[in-house]
Design a protein around this ligand. Structure first.
Ligand code: SF4
Length: 379
């Protein structure tokens, strides 16, 4: 177990309503709110329950859909801050996101804003997000947030047809002094179910490119790509980067834009997994181990969020690393552990092996008669 009795991050999907039409949207968001959304009073109850947890309390991430599609968003942020919660907001970039609102969040002490950028050019990003002008508006919002003194994070989904733009995007973030870059490795759920998958070799190449990108003074993190931590371990130990998966071309492009590395790698050697350091509250109160691991483990309407996080057998198994398949035999499982969401989406087993892992094929099948850590022996 990497994380203790409380998560480090609680994500609340405040709504599934959103003005954007992103191709990969986990929530399958639409303009109108989905049925069953938590009311203001129910939302306040969630915030109050988190405020009763032990210090240090988890960071609350208000996400969606788009938080700003909820008419009560000012009250929710103000209530969370008045309870002393550390709050990060992940708004969609639209006309609703004004400099006045960003200034208000800064005054309230919101700790960070995150924005999505999936391509390095207006044409690429806007085509993915489904609304022209979003690329330009995102950089404008980043500048406004920085002027207000807010910490900014950029989130990027690693898409099959955008991988080769990652080096250029990294250089753009450096240019705009963005300190944190979080890469979401695609899990084919929601609208992303129809997108093509990326091969393990290509994922490995991207992870190695991100290791390189982490050496320019930018904090680089991965969501649903915990094998980035294994890449970090191996590269720090002197392992060579791959020659396949498109790595040489992507790495050369990054170097051309940014020159030789300027810093030690910013990748943390350990981090979160769905259910280990993270818990997710859906728009209707459903509790899941993570936003992309959409396996219900409770509901804030009927259950205590912290008790579910501490006691549900699935999250206990994730924290104990009781995995099957390659992840169950892997020497890196304590600090990697594979994407539980991808294992669930692709194999139907949330404790199975991560099909995108570049190392899983090397581990091969389990020897006959030997059950791996999470496997139940047949018969
Ligand atoms: S086999 Fe599983 S634990 Fe090992 S590196 Fe791959 S994803 Fe991580």
């Amino acid at each position: 177990m990497i994380h203790g009795r409380q998560p480090r991050l609680v994500f609340w999907e405040t709504t599934r309503s959103c003005p954007l039409r992103c191709r990969h949207c986990r929530a399958g968001a639409r303009a109108a709110p989905a049925p069953g959304e938590l009311s203001t009073a129910e939302g306040f109850a969630v915030l109050e329950s988190i405020a009763r947890w032990e210090v240090p309390r988890p960071v609350l991430v208000l996400t969606g859909g788009d938080l700003l599609a909820r008419p009560d968003h000012p009250e929710l942020v103000a209530r969370a801050r008045s309870l002393g919660l550390s709050v990060a907001v992940a708004p969609a970039v639209s006309d609703r996101l004004t400099p006045k609102l960003i200034g208000r969040w800064a005054d309230l002490g919101v700790s960070a804003l995150s924005f999505s950028l999936d391509g390095a050019t207006p044409g690429s990003h806007d085509a993915h997000r489904g609304v022209p002008g979003t690329f330009r508006a995102t950089f404008q919002a980043i500048a406004e947030a920085q002027a207000a003194g807010l910490r900014v994070q950029v989130n990027t989904t690693v898409l099959p047809d955008r991988r080769e733009e990652l080096g250029a995007l990294c250089a753009l973030l450096k240019l705009h002094r963005v300190p944190v870059w979080e890469l979401f490795f695609l899990v084919r759920t929601g609208r992303a179910a129809t997108l093509p998958e990326i091969s393990p070799a290509e994922y490995g190449a991207v992870a190695h490119l991100l290791y390189d990108a982490s050496r320019y003074g930018l904090l680089v993190r991965a969501v649903e790509g915990p094998w980035l931590r294994r890449v970090h371990h191996e590269r720090e130990a002197g392992a060579a980067p791959p020659r396949d998966g498109g790595y040489p071309v992507m790495a050369a492009r990054l170097r051309r834009r940014l020159g030789p590395p300027t810093h030690p790698s910013s990748i943390a050697p350990v981090g979160t997994l769905d259910g280990d350091g993270i818990v997710f509250v859906g728009h209707d109160g459903t509790i899941t181990p993570g936003g992309l691991l959409d396996l219900p483990i409770g509901s804030v309407r009927t259950d205590d969020l912290r008790a579910v996080y501490q006691g549900h057998p699935l999250v206990q198994a994730i924290r104990a690393r009781r995995f099957s398949g390659a992840c169950g035999r892997c020497p890196a499982r304590s600090y990697c552990g594979g994407s539980r969401a991808r294992a669930w989406a692709e194999t139907g087993d949330p404790l199975g092996s991560d099909p995108a892992c570049p190392w899983a094929p090397e581990l091969g099948p389990a020897p006959p008669g030997v059950a791996a850590a999470g496997e139940v022996p047949p018969g």
